[in-house]
Design a binder for this molecule. Structure first.
Ligand code: ADP
Ligand code: MG
Length: 387
């Protein structure tokens, strides 16, 4: 689960990770009030959407007066902000963060992520932070430093020194930076984060260290023990079909292609998406209905795929284990009866009760194709989607 910058900054403040003063505004009147409370200029007006790259897209503006704060707020709220992370369709901005402008001496990059390969928390940092970090990573990767922290022993002073020296920090800020990194590490662990990113982390002309931007992502599997964080969820920022699927505990991710697919088991689902691509088409989603899916879950999954306008064909590939083929077939027939199917359906199933499952499908009167192996299943559905 991702959250907004202003929410991440609230968590930062709780952990005493320094950020500029500011507040959230839904209109220019509130923006003016926050700016006058800040009491000095420049003030920065920042679009709050879940994507980065807002600065380059015109979603971060400096204001030198209260009138300018209002003007920028009115221009940003309601705008369709397009950044490299929103995709070409962009995102409508509903709220802005109004915060104190900072005298920037240097912009750094700092992030924490879990590193699965080493089972460590990985600190990634660069002294070439700011809006062009992707370019830095692509052209001068040596400017990016990495420090692993073993979660069993936790963060130690030597980790902080390693990052500080790697960032060429002036000696006057090393102590403050080390304190901030240590707090950030605890914030990361205690909230079960899957990412914390600060770009830019700035050194001010007054030699202070401040998080100017804040991005946080949480491990969804651990959210059950962070009920307070769930209040930060913003459904407007999520794909509507993903939200619908999450209501039924379906493992669904909406994608860009035209071949809808429903599979049991994440590994098999990945293999099916590969097969679809190999046959020259693109998957419209990832959907793992799970090993123990009920007919109702299959029906709901099917309905979600059918409500996706870009789907031109549907592939169902189920290995009948705990989820038996006859249960699957019943779910498909039920969903098909209740929903008007406008696209061809290709079904492949194997495993427990496969004969019964095939009989149910054959006698349903549904217009569907059946296939025997993965390769031909992919080829049939790709051909249909392309026609
Ligand atoms: P994004 O990463 O989405 O572009 P940022 O929050 O990183 O958004 O803002 C983009 C740029 O705007 C920053 O790199 C920084 O130069 C400037 N900026 C952001 N917040 C402030 C602030 N409070 N004071 C001064 N400059 C800021
Ligand atoms: Mg940024």
């Amino acid at each position: 689960m991702k959250i907004h910058e202003f929410q991440a900054k609230q968590i930062f403040r709780k952990y005493q990770v320094p950020t500029p003063n500011g507040g959230l505004a839904l209109d220019s009147e509130k923006a003016r009030q926050i700016a006058s409370e800040i009491g000095h200029f420049p003030v920065v007006v920042k679009a709050q959407i879940h994507a980065g790259g807002r600065g380059k897209g015109g979603g971060v503006q400096l204001a030198q007066s209260l009138d300018e704060v209002c003007k920028h707020t009115e221009a940003i709220i309601g705008m369709n902000l397009v950044t490299h992370q929103t995709g070409p369709e962009g995102k409508i901005v509903k709220q802005v963060l109004v915060e104190a402008g900072v005298n920037i001496e240097k912009e750094l990059y700092l992030s924490l992520i879990p590193d699965r390969e080493t089972a460590c928390i990985l600190v990634i940092a660069s002294e070439a932070g700011g809006m062009d970090i992707e370019e830095v990573a692509a052209t001068t990767p040596e400017k990016i430093i990495k420090v692993h922290i073993n979660p069993l022993s936790g963060i130690q002073p030597f980790h902080c020194r390693k990052v500080s020296f790697g960032l060429n920090l002036p000696s006057a800020v090393i102590k403050e930076f080390s304190q901030m990194l240590t707090r950030l590490y605890h914030l990361f662990i205690e909230n079960d984060c899957s990412m914390v990113e600060i770009n830019p982390l700035v050194i001010t002309k007054e030699n202070r260290v401040l998080a100017l931007d804040a991005k946080m992502d949480f491990d969804d599997n651990a959210l059950f023990r962070h009920k307070d964080l769930l209040e930060f969820r913003d459904l407007d920022e999520e794909d509507p079909l993903d939200v619908e699927a999450s209501k039924y505990n379906l493992n669904y991710i909406n994608l860009d292609g035209t071949v809808g697919n429903m599979v049991n088991g994440a590994g098999l689902a990945m293999a099916v998406m590969d097969t679809i691509k190999l046959a020259g088409a693109e998957p419209a989603n990832f959907l793992d209905v799970g090993g123990g899916a009920t007919a109702e879950m299959v029906e709901n999954g099917f309905k979600i795929i059918l409500s996706d306008d870009k789907v031109k064909a549907i592939l169902i590939n189920i290995f009948g284990g705990i989820l038996r083929c006859d249960v699957l077939a019943k779910g498909v027939v039920e969903a098909a009866r209740k929903t008007e199917i406008k696209v061809p359906l290709v079904v492949r199933m194997e495993g427990t009760n496969v004969e019964e499952g095939r009989r149910i499908l054959a006698e349903s009167g549904l217009d569907l194709f059946t296939a025997d192996d993965m390769k031909s299943t992919g080829e049939i559905v790709a051909k249909i989607a392309a026609s």
